[in-house]
Design a protein around this ligand. Structure first.
Ligand code: CA
Length: 234
């Protein structure tokens, strides 16, 4: 058995905090809990968590500020848990680097399924090799990305999406395949996730994000890393 995944739960509602923590411990996760944003920030600076479950409405320092603070880190993954179910909050959270977004109230099974999906994503990119185009080098074995020889910092989900594209350079990866492989089979209709993360990657990788050449939109089908690879003559 591998080490249990380390989770930080930042939630100010005491009853909710206790019930979520109990459910997670029952699911064999190692859980630390904090009731406010100051403690959350402190813990995140000190401890290597795999995932943070982040309430948006936290005292002192809210979830938005915490997202900004940890944006671009390779760890932890972030699942926002929020009472605000509006689409624009969800998009904003994803845009600020959250990996997933769960609207309260939710069941323990749902939460654990999302957590496992996030962890699987981060742990499963067993690709090898290097893909390069337009000054961008994606090293799939070392999980590193450079642009004009400068390191590019990616969040866990940004990395998994880029690895998914770069491991098939020049080939179109359709929307449903990308959603299923990066987020999980339950997400195949959730284009917002994909669109938001492609935009984020373009801002980090493209010289002109409005005219992308590294992550290319392929009609209404999907996305492609780099120029089309022509099939070789047989
Ligand atoms: Ca709250």
């Amino acid at each position: 058995m591998s080490e249990p995944a380390r989770i930080l739960l930042a939630e100010d509602d005491r009853a909710l905090r206790q019930s979520i923590a109990a459910a997670l411990r029952g699911g064999s996760f190692a859980v630390d809990v904090v009731p406010d944003g100051i403690q959350a920030t402190q813990r995140l600076r000190e401890e290597p968590y795999d995932v943070v479950l982040l309430d948006i409405g936290l005292p002192f320092v809210d979830g938005w500020q915490i997202l900004q603070e940890i944006e671009g880190r390779r760890q932890p993954s972030v699942i926002v848990i929020s009472a605000r179910g509006e689409e624009r909050d969800k998009v904003r959270a994803l845009d600020l680097g959250a990996d997933d977004y769960l609207t309260k109230p939710f069941g323990a099974d749902e939460l654990i399924a999302r957590l496992r999906a996030v962890l699987r994503r981060v742990r499963s990119t067993g690709n090898a090799g290097v893909a390069r185009f337009g000054g961008v080098v994606v090293d799939l074995s070392n999980r590193s990305v450079t642009r004009d020889d400068e390191e590019v910092r990616l969040s866990p989900t940004e990395w998994v999406l880029l690895a998914e594209l770069a491991s098939h350079p020049g080939a179109t990866r359709d929307h449903r395949t990308l959603l299923a492989r990066v987020w999980g089979p339950a997400y195949v209709g959730d284009r917002n996730y994909l669109r938001t993360f492609v935009q984020r990657l373009r801002r980090k990788l493209e010289k002109d994000p409005a005219n992308p050449v590294i992550i290319v939109t392929v009609g209404h089908q999907g996305y492609r890393f780099g120029p089309v690879t022509l099939p070789r003559d047989r």
